[in-house]
Design a protein around this ligand. Structure first.
Ligand SMILES: NC(=O)c1ccc[n+]([C@@H]2O[C@H](COP(=O)([O-])OP(=O)(O)OC[C@H]3O[C@@H](n4cnc5c(N)ncnc54)[C@H](OP(=O)(O)O)[C@@H]3O)[C@@H](O)[C@H]2O)c1
Length: 280
């Protein structure tokens, strides 16, 4: 039996709380791991134009015979395509590669805007939604000030999600409050802190009480929070199956607090020229 992954609802979006991340997965790896993940119960897949694996994902989804509405596919527009006309063309190309008429969620990958600022790009993003290329739209890697500006420009209940780095070593407390206040789902990327959480003795100790591993505890801690989804990546079938087995236990309040105390503001993703000035 495959585990039932709960959905997170916000601003009209209903996103499975756990998805498969695919950054750094080559097309061959996607072709090997995605069928395993679908078999294990994953329905949420996170990709991006820059990952160069949209085509492989589209092929596997088509071959799986899964009804389109059963899958939840996110892709992200790369800043090179932020000029309004280019944004729409680039999304159409993504859809061709993904072999679909729409993505469930379309994000701006980084807040790296040219001289005209973010508004023309946000306008094009909203156009992608009104034209039916994307069911929902959102942002990624925006700091608090940028998030608030984007929400103010688009209006309430338009942006549905923000994808940011979030794991046991990076608390994101202030940004989380801003997202919650504006009804945006937080999709946690690098939810295993790029495998650092796998070797954490505190997480293993906590997991032992529930018959779970450290990575399962790290993921469970995220998805237990209000409107937080996690998208761990793996190329390993055993890990793919294990990472979704997190919906049959709950962390005690004490354990949640012990995990929250692991926060050390560790930020792993800050590419030069793309990353904004982060909030502490
Ligand atoms: N929006 C953005 O700018 C942005 C930036 C970064 C990432 N992301 C998204 O977030 C996804 C996840 O982030 P990430 O891939 O960088 O980091 P991650 O999910 O935190 O960590 C992935 C690493 O953990 C290992 N792993 C996974 N499950 C494991 C398990 N059960 N036991 C032991 N090791 C395990 C994987 O190795 P194995 O292959 O050996 O399992 C891989 O090395 C990405 O794939 C991407 O979709 C988005």
């Amino acid at each position: 039996m495959t585990p039932d992954v709960p959905g997170i609802a916000s601003n009209g979006l209903n996103m499975p709380a756990l998805g498969l991340g695919t950054w750094e997965l080559s097309p061959d790896t996607v072709e090997a791991i995605l069928p395993v993940a679908l078999e294990a119960g994953y329905r949420h897949i996170d990709t991006a134009q820059i990952y160069r694996n949209e085509q492989a994902i589209g092929q596997v989804l088509e071959d799986s015979n899964l009804a389109r509405k059963e899958a939840f596919v996110t892709t992200k527009v790369w800043p090179d395509h932020y000029r309004p006309d280019e944004l729409l063309t680039s999304v159409e190309k993504s859809l061709e590669r993904l072999r679909t008429d729409y993505v469930d969620l379309l994000l701006l990958h980084w807040p790296a805007f040219s001289g005209n600022g973010m508004n023309p790009t946000l306008e094009a993003l909203m156009r992608a939604r009104s034209d039916g290329l994307a069911r929902h739209i959102g942002i990624s890697n925006f700091n608090i000030e940028q998030t608030e500006r984007a929400v103010a420009y688009c209006g309430p209940d338009v942006l549905a999600a923000s994808q940011v780095e979030y794991h046991v070593y990076l608390g994101q407390e202030r940004l989380r409050r801003v997202l919650a206040r504006n009804n945006l789902i937080l999709t946690a990327y690098m939810p295993l802190a790029k495998a650092r959480a796998v070797n954490d003795p505190v997480l293993w100790e906590i997991g032992a009480q529930y018959g779970k591993t450290a990575p399962q505890v790290a993921l469970r801690w995220l998805v237990e929070q209000d409107r937080v989804a996690a998208i761990p990546a793996t190329s390993n079938p055993h890990h793919a199956r294990a990472n979704i087995e997190i919906f049959n236990f709950s962390l005690s309040l004490d354990d949640q607090e012990r995990i929250a105390a692991l926060d050390k503001n560790l930020r792993l993703c800050q590419p030069e020229g793309l990353a904004p000035e982060w909030d502490d």
